[in-house]
Design a binder for this molecule. Sequence first.
Ligand SMILES: *[C@@H]1O[C@H](CO)[C@@H](O)[C@H](O)[C@H]1NC(C)=O
Ligand SMILES: *[C@@H]1O[C@H](CO)[C@@H](O)[C@H](O)[C@H]1NC(C)=O
Ligand SMILES: *[C@@H]1O[C@H](CO)[C@@H](O)[C@H](O)[C@H]1NC(C)=O
Length: 475
Amino acid sequence: MKILFHALALPLAFHFLSLAHAIPSPEAAHGGSAQATNTTDDAMTITPRQSSCLSTGTQSTINALFSSGGANTIVSLCPGVTIPITAPVVFTAPGQELSTQGYPTDSSRATILIQPGSTVTSAIRGNWQNNVKVLNIQVDGNQPNAGYFGGDALLEMACGRMGSITGATDGGIVIFGSPGSHILRNTITSSSSGLQFGGINMVDPTWSGNYSGVVVSSNTITGGPGSFINLGIGMGSQVWSNPHPETNFGQVTVTNNVFTGNVGFSIVMNGWLGGLTVTGNSVSGVTTPSSSFASASGCGAVQQAAFADSEQLVYYPAGVTGSSGPNVIQSQFTALSTNASNWLCLTNPAPPLPDTKSFLPNTLSVDASTSRVVSLRDFHVQVQGDGNVVGIDTTGGVWTVKWASSRFSSACGPDGSQCLLAFGIDGNFVMYDGNGPLWASGTDGSGQLLTFSREPPWVTVTGSNGQTLWTIGNL
Ligand SMILES: *[C@@H]1O[C@H](CO)[C@@H](O)[C@H](O)[C@H]1NC(C)=O
Ligand SMILES: *[C@@H]1O[C@H](CO)[C@@H](O)[C@H](O)[C@H]1NC(C)=O
Ligand SMILES: *[C@@H]1O[C@H](CO)[C@@H](O)[C@H](O)[C@H]1NC(C)=O
């Protein structure tokens, strides 16, 4: 039918519509010619078990097909096509399927591509429709162009078998409490930029946290390069950034998933009741150390310790108990002794500190109550409460004083605030204490730039031609 529609001219389209009019229905009876423009050929042709494929369209095309087709409608995308979307594809009835024709497993899988500039954070939504399937599809979050949006997951499925996902935005797949979902043979890849939260998440207590019969197997979750996945698979009410008092439950199988590249934590489990089988998952391809691609500085102590050890598989045994079935958990898991939640805490690593830092006149004024003058790479300069100004190398956590002004004062005040180091508006670099200037560079009228460096000569004042007027060694 689809082929007929594409091949045949408009008059025949009306002919088909007249056939539709023969079927008594309120829409058909009153649609008139206006309905012709709204009734797409695809809407006419895609029916359950239909064998032709959709070669072009947007989310509107697919959504119209699902809406009109009802339960068990299969929307089959032609191999190799890219469907640009500016809003989610939405399943509307049980048993609906979105797939690539012929179910290829290679790059000929059809791609759902989030359009640049759109604010879509979920590409496909199947919320609370039973037995929905997404098979052999690639979903591209188009992150570098579409930007980062907080909030949703790339695929939000109540129940379903997934295809393949690349460029997840916030979470790759969120399985809302939904018995019987199958998440099989997907590829979830973080995009080339942006913060990636989760790959597959079973953390929400929606539908009272019932995940009975969920199977998550043979998925590949890859972070980076240039980005990372914070958490590959999160299981339990105590894993997400907003832990819930409810405990998720159900006999769930998480097997033979492969984690590679920049993944902060591969599997974390806490807040689960009843029968987990978590075996055969591979983390050997994950980038180590984790600190090479992410920072845990915003995490709790437990997460920081696990991150520092590049622990990929962690669970809290007391938070993963089996009342309706046994737990079978692969031996590589690290058992936490603390009930730690919020594993979505990783951030991009702080940018490296500079080797030098310069100040124009009148832009530096630091007293000994603040102490820190500048922070450089493995190096900092501080004003001490005794008036001494020192440059300290901190490489490897070992503090080595590289230089010191060695001009001490007993007039810094009880909190040190009377000892003030300033590069004045006149270009003079001066150390004051409660009695007045303690020492100065003497570059008033000629000093243009004050530079601190982690290398000798450490501190310099330069003039208008960049010539060195003074260094800390001149003191
Ligand atoms: C056709 O679609 C337009 C835009 O969605 C809508 O305003 C109009 O009512 C539709 N016409 C019919 C006959 O459904
Ligand atoms: C959880 O879902 C399964 C499958 O639908 C069902 O058999 C079971 O009764 C549910 N459990 C609870 C406690 O609701
Ligand atoms: C872990 O902490 C959460 C939040 O306080 C709590 O709801 C949960 O019961 C705790 N888990 C265990 C096993 O004590």
